[in-house]
Structures are given as C-alpha cells and as structure tokens.
Design a protein around this ligand. Structure first.
Ligand SMILES: [Zn+2]
Length: 300
C-alpha cells in the first residue's frame, strides 16, 4: 500500500470508529436521535416505518446490529415486549442491558396515559403497561430528545456541546411548529375521530381532538362484526366523519365502516417514511398529520 493510501485508510477508520453506533427500535426514535446526534452517530433502525411496532419481524441481522451497538434506544412501556427482549438476550451486549448507560427507554419518566391499576394481559390487551404511542405528542418528543441528549453526553463527553446545541435547535423549531399546529387544529376542538388502533390518544389530547372510538375492540384484538356495528351506531349518533388508519392495519375494514357512515378514511402514520411525504423527519411527519387531519375535518 502506498503511504498516501495507508494514511487515507487511517483517517477513514479513525473517523468511522469515532462515531457512536446507535440502534433504535422505531423510525420516530431514529428521527429524533439523528436530530441530536447528527454527524457524531450512526443510526440503525430495526422496525420499518410501515411495520406495526408491536409485531416487528425480528431478523437475525438485528442481533448483529445490537451486538455492535454502543447504545439502544427503545420506546419502552412494553411497546417492543413481543420481539425485542429475545434479540437483546441473544446479542450478548452488556452495554445495552437495562440500567446500563447505553440503554435508553424513551417512556421512562414520561407521564404515560391509560396505565391500568393492575397489570392484565388476559384479554389480549397489548397496552398492559399504559398507552405506549406517546411520540405523536410533540411535547413528549421534546422530552425524549432531552433524554437522548443526556444519554449521548454520558457516553461521548467530547461531543456534548454539539448534542446540546442540536437539542436547542430542535426544541426551538418544535416550539414554533407546536404553536402553528395548535392554530391549524383549533377550529376542530372537541371533535371526535375514529382510529383503527388506540395509538392517537396523545395526539388527540395535545390538539383538542377526541380520538376514543376504535375499530379494534381492544388494542391488538382484530375487529369483530358485533364491535363494528357498535362503532357505526356511535359514529351516526355523534356525527363522526373521519376514520384514521395506519399503513400496517386493514384499510378495507375502515373503508367498509366509512361506506356505511359516509366518513372519510385518512391514512396516517406514527413514523417518518410510513407514508409518502413524511420521510424528512419528525417535523415533516407532524406537518403531514396535522394537515391531512385538518383537511378531512374541514370537509364536514
Ligand atoms: Zn398499540
């Protein structure tokens, strides 16, 4: 090897090794981690943006990614309980063990909603530790960004000033956007929306919408004809005109209910990249959600 080639290789490998390897479970966490870590981290995302975060197809390559990781960021609150614990075991990486500085559970310390007084999974409810879909509330996104910043600073002190500056930039941008989103949805305050799965509670609470009627009889339990008939009756009584559905759920069920009630089906996603136009990150995702829901509600 020529001296130039070998010194180039040295520069390349030094800079490559200087980056922290961060594995995240879902693309919303990836978007926030990238806002904070930028050029200092490499982010590998396990779930696809079009995949149900409760039921991710666990591939052998995930174990290798986890084995090489310096940090794991998961949603927590049992969102990944069906697929992540076995992968973590097999990855044999003590850096990612719960309690280690390389393990971040986004839910930890957040005000979770619908936490049951007793843990009960007996009837197929997959939200046994409270509702784990909290990142569609941008105030929660700010808190999770803060938590990721603290965790990155603990592992990589020399870049901490950059992480803190990135956090400030992200938080400032979100604060401007939150005011804009509130304003766009303000005319629809108190309106009810039907969702397929109970993953829009935090979004509804933040923006004054009531998203408490679901096509699933319980989180994770598929719709039944009896339950759908009840939903249709309630939709007619309460004059509900919008049904939101995520990419990995059965849109045809939503369309059938819409056909009987005159409602509009709106495609939504919790994840950047889940729907065309949301690829750009957390803020473009929220822009899409606010705009498409406001548009559907204004058609009534
Ligand atoms: Zn869920």
């Amino acid at each position: 090897m020529t001296p130039i080639a070998s010194s180039l290789l040295l520069i390349f490998s030094t800079s490559a090794h200087a980056k922290l390897n961060v594995v995240v479970t879902t693309p919303d966490l990836a978007a926030i981690a990238k806002e904070i870590g930028k050029e200092h981290i490499d982010v590998a995302t396990l779930a696809k943006p079009t995949e149900d975060p409760h039921f991710v197809d666990a591939k052998p390559s995930f174990i290798i990614k986890l084995n090489h990781a310096d940090m794991l960021i998961e949603g927590g609150a049992e969102l990944e309980i069906g697929w992540l614990p076995a992968l973590l075991d097999q990855s044999r990486n003590p850096k990612l063990a719960p309690g280690a500085p390389g393990h971040v559970a986004a839910a930890q310390g957040l005000q979770l909603l619908e936490v049951p007084s007793t843990l009960d999974r007996s009837r197929g409810d997959i939200h046994a530790a409270g509702n784990p879909h909290f990142l569609v509330d941008p105030e929660n996104a700010k808190m999770v960004a803060q938590k990721i910043t603290d965790a990155l600073c603990a592992l990589d002190e020399k870049s901490c000033a950059d992480y803190r500056a990135n956090l400030k930039r992200f938080t400032d941008a979100l604060n401007i956007k939150i005011a804009e989103w509130q304003q766009k949805l303000a005319p629809f305050k108190g309106q009810q929306i039907v969702a397929y799965h109970n993953s829009w509670l935090y979004f509804g609470n933040r923006f004054g919408l009531v998203i408490d009627l679901f096509l699933e009889p319980k989180p994770g339990v598929p719709p039944t004809p009896t339950h759908l008939a009840e939903v249709i009756t309630k939709m007619r009584q309460n004059k509900v005109h919008v049904i939101i559905v995520d990419p990995y759920l059965n849109r045809r069920t939503a369309e059938a209910v819409a056909g009987k009630t005159g409602a509009t089906v709106v495609d939504v996603t919790q994840f950047p990249g889940g729907i065309k136009g949301t690829e750009g990150g957390y803020i473009p995702l929220m822009d899409y959600l606010v705009n498409s829901i406001a548009k559907a509600l204004s058609k009534q």
